[in-house]
Design a binder for this molecule. Sequence first.
Ligand code: ADP
Length: 258
Amino acid sequence: ADRIVVKIGTSTLIRQNSKINLKVIKKLAHVLSSLKKDGKDVVLVSSGAIGVGMGVLGIDTRPIKISKQQAVAAVGQAELMQIYNEAFHEYGMSVGQMLITRDIIDYPESHTNVMNSFQELLSMENTIPIVNENDTVTVSELDHHTKFGDNDQLSAIVTNLVDADLLIMLSDIDGFYSANPLKVPDAKLIDQITKINPDIIAAAGGHGTKFGTGGMTTKLKAAELILKHNQQMVLTNGKNPEVIFNILSGEPVGTLFT
Ligand code: ADP
């Protein structure tokens, strides 16, 4: 794969004690920087703004009020980008923050602008674009007009837009299982999925952690979009981001949607 999108989930970025997992971020910066230096095009889609904001502001539970979530996300996004910036600087890389909304699909002018930005950023030798949804202008979880719904689907849309070969989704679980392993301990890892059929959808259980948001349902929706565009997606555990090297060298890792 010459152009890849990597999505990292909140459950991988934030530890159960609300602290940000710096080790993972540093390793991710190392892996993505070395891919970029090898001539690959890399886009990072990062969740975590609300989780990081909660840590900064000392809030224990995710706010219910949407406006509060937006404010917490605004604080967290700044902190998160600062951490990425420092981590990538270690490897001589700059990061470019791209905060986007559904407008990029609905409005041709917005679409053109974001495509141009991607093209310029991807053509820069030492820069990695980091994408997140612009939480302060998207209205609510239910508002499908402005909101993508979650970063899982956003990462699939970005993969479609930049015409990447592969989306690597880093989560807190090794792949897609026959049932939610938190509830069904003998659930089996499925190595390859070629079609999102009703049995697969039924296997996606509820939410995993207190910070994770979409669970598997939104990951399947993302996979559907990827398959529709004849692209590939690997879902795997992000606890060691070096797994990205294994994936790119063709080793079977996690669940491959193809
Ligand atoms: P992220 O923050 O990485 O987006 P989520 O917490 O939203 O992650 O989703 C991952 C969680 O989904 C897992 O920890 C797991 O508990 C849950 N889950 C539900 N059904 C399944 C399944 N069939 N296979 C794997 N994980 C599942």
